[in-house]
Design a protein around this ligand. Structure first.
Ligand SMILES: Nc1ncnc2c1ncn2[C@@H]1O[C@H](COP(=O)(O)OP(=O)(O)OP(=O)(O)O)[C@@H](O)[C@H]1O
Ligand SMILES: [Mg+2]
Length: 234
């Protein structure tokens, strides 16, 4: 369903322009990362791309189909910044999605395995740790067999090992040619997994560059300053 083409998009809530003059084309497979300060508009843009917010102006199309078209939404899956667990077991959460999307039940084991949650399949989803809940939320999203997966800060507050497990799920998704569009504040993580980076500042895109360029010679002053504030690990 790519390319995603956004032209002159604006989002206004309560008469406030929260996103403006957004022009963006995401054509490639792989991982596109949205970065920017808190409140810049990253989550808002992700929701717009998923067709959850109707823009005040401009257009957003997936291979020519309007983003809010339900058929286009069903070819994507999103994991929110604070994912909600259904009040069921781990397996029950995945089975719910498989049934909803008419996928064979026997795919459960494979999804549990990719999420490294096989041994906890009967545990209540709400009793999982933060990292485990994130993995389950991603497993549920992957159970939809989407063409595009949106992830909003999937590793915020996770330790390095839990982060690595999520990155392995992301790697699994891209290996299946699923396009990943993700928000992170973790610069080291973005360097590890991004193919291209979109930098958002105060509701506008200041640059969209290949990851290598972004991390070595960012084009916009805002991205340069954001990266300069990052303390590299020794
Ligand atoms: N429903 C809403 N009503 C009013 N303002 C909103 C609404 N949703 C978002 N905003 C505002 O839009 C701005 C961008 O919010 P958004 O959640 O996209 O930020 P973000 O870049 O994801 O930040 P963070 O890194 O902290 O998650 C913020 O100032 C937020 O308060
Ligand atoms: Mg956010």
């Amino acid at each position: 369903m790519l390319p995603l083409q956004i032209r002159q998009l604006a989002v206004c809530i309560d008469n406030k322009a929260l996103l403006h003059n957004i022009d963006l084309t995401l054509a490639d497979k792989g991982v596109s990362i949205l970065m920017g300060h808190n409140g810049a508009g990253k989550s808002l843009l992700l929701r717009c791309m998923h067709g959850l917010i109707e823009p005040a102006a401009g257009s957003l199309q997936w291979a020519g189909i309007h983003a809010t078209d339900i058929n286009s939404r069903h070819r994507q899956a999103m994991v929110f910044q604070k994912p909600l667990m259904l009040n069921r077991s781990v397996a029950g959460n995945i089975l719910y999605v498989l049934k909803l999307r008419n996928k064979p039940k026997d795919r459960l084991q494979q999804h549990l395995q990719t999420a490294e949650l096989e041994s906890q399949s009967r545990q209540s989803a709400r009793s999982l740790s933060g990292g485990e809940q994130q993995r389950l939320a991603i497993a549920r999203a992957l159970a939809c067999e989407p063409e595009v997966l949106f992830l909003d800060e999937p590793t915020a507050n996770l330790d390095p090992e839990a982060t690595q497990k999520i990155e392995s799920q992301i790697h699994h998704a891209t290996g299946k040619s699923i396009k990943v569009i993700m928000v992170t504040h973790d610069v080291a993580q973005a360097r590890r997994i991004a193919d291209d980076v979109v930098f958002i500042h105060k509701g506008a895109i200041t640059e969209h560059t290949k990851a290598k360029t972004f991390f070595t010679t960012p084009e916009s002053k805002q991205a340069h300053d954001y990266l300069a504030a990052y303390v590299k690990p020794v």
